[in-house]
Design a binder for this molecule. Structure first.
Ligand code: GLU
Length: 375
């Protein structure tokens, strides 16, 4: 077991560490001793050559007390007000603790919209690169004060998973208040046992995941598994471990049996494909016949008009769409070369008929393979 872990962790340099509210808070207060210990451990690992991007929750939790809430707020504006107050407290805490190690920190607040939009995505990437290049520790959180459901990441596990390709990191480390993934909910079943290694997040694995979640976080085990699946698709391992255990990060990085490790996928997606597969929001769907599905999956070809039999949605040139099989299952995502109205006109035709049907030709492919990510 140690060998598999070491092999998968030996080239790790840049790590996204995600800290859940359950790790950062105790009875509704920011857990001061955790911050002190965390800063010390990060500073030490940095001296050993590791770099980090920290995805930190805890803003809403930290704001609750200040606004006089005794239980989590119900309305979105109340939550956003808590986040506005709490984010400041959270950053102050990090800044104080890291100052003791001469480590400058930076606040990076993102919304899902920032990641969906390619230009803003690239801006975020450049900013993170500049921060890392200047030896500054980025502290990332969702910009809770302005997000509403439509533009939300959902939870910080997902945000951390999307950062893996955005920042080209080598390991996703999700720190929570559990020791890893169990075969059933350890908070309910006393004989639950820890699963040390998961080589693929499939339906069987997701069935293990307890749907229960801690009272203060917004994720849960299911969202962590989903994050691990996304990181694996980008070709990097994920470790889910207990952030409350002193020294946990060093032990994980040393390949020791700590938490649950998820192995990366062999045929990894490139950064751009990863963005296409997980960050964009499809504007419509193209339904493909069997031959086209096989060509995409088995031969990695571009999508030609001949294989499309139905178009759903209204979208323009360059917009993201889902590619679906006969049963409607999503098999790929890509950026289209033609608008939905033009694809309707050429669906089922040979590419050489495009000009006579449309009066122009933007290429033989409806989605070029460079703009396609298999799911
Ligand atoms: N962004 C939220 C916060 O800082 C937490 C979201 C999450 O835990 O997934 O409070």
């Amino acid at each position: 077991m140690k060998n598999i872990r070491c092999k998968n962790l030996e080239h790790v340099k840049l790590v996204v560490v995600k800290l859940g509210s359950a790790v950062l808070t105790d009875n509704g207060h920011l857990n001061a001793s955790f911050f002190t210990r965390f800063a010390g451990e990060i500073a030490q690992l940095r001296r050993h050559g590791y770099s980090f991007i920290v995805v930190t929750s805890g803003a809403v939790a930290a704001g609750l007390e200040a606004l006089g809430f005794t239980s989590p707020p119900l309305t979105i504006p109340e939550k956003q007000a808590c986040a506005a107050v709490g984010q400041l407290r959270l950053m102050r805490k990090y800044e104080q603790e890291f100052a003791a190690h001469d480590q400058v920190v930076a606040q990076v607040l993102l919304t899902a919209d920032d990641i969906r939009n390619r230009r803003r995505y690239l801006n975020a990437r450049n900013t993170l690169r500049a921060l890392l290049g200047a030896d500054i520790l980025p502290l990332v959180n969702e910009n809770d004060t302005v997000v509403v459901r439509e533009i939300k990441f959902g939870d910080n596990d997902n945000l951390a998973a999307l950062l893996t390709s955005l920042a080209e990191v080598d390991l996703l480390l999700l720190l929570t208040d559990l020791d890893g993934v169990y075969n059933c909910d350890p908070k309910v079943v006393s004989g639950a046992s820890l699963i040390p290694l998961i080589d693929e997040v499939d339906a069987e694995v997701t069935a293990f995941a307890c749907t229960s979640k801690s009272a203060v976080g917004s994720g849960g085990m299911l969202s962590k598994l989903e994050a691990a699946r996304k990181a694996a698709a980008y070709g990097i391992p994920t470790v889910i471990a207990n952030g409350r255990r002193p020294g946990v990060m060093s032990r994980v990085l040393a390949g020791e049996d700590e938490g649950t490790i998820f192995l990366p996928r062999a045929n990894r997606l490139s950064c751009r494909q990863h963005w296409l597969a997980f960050a964009v929001k499809p504007r419509g769907s193209l339904y493909l016949d069997k031959g086209a599905v096989r060509a995409l999956i088995e031969r990695g070809t571009s999508l030609l008009p001949a294989g499309i039999f139905r178009v759903e949605g209204d979208f323009g040139v360059g917009e993201p769409v889902s590619c679906r099989d006969l049963e409607g299952a999503e098999i790929a995502r890509g950026l289209v070369t033609y608008s939905s109205s033009d694809i309707k006109k050429i669906a089922g035709l040979h590419s050489r008929e495009i000009t006579s049907r449309l009066g122009y030709d933007a290429g033989a492919e409806v989605i070029h393979r460079d703009n396609l990510a298999l799911l």
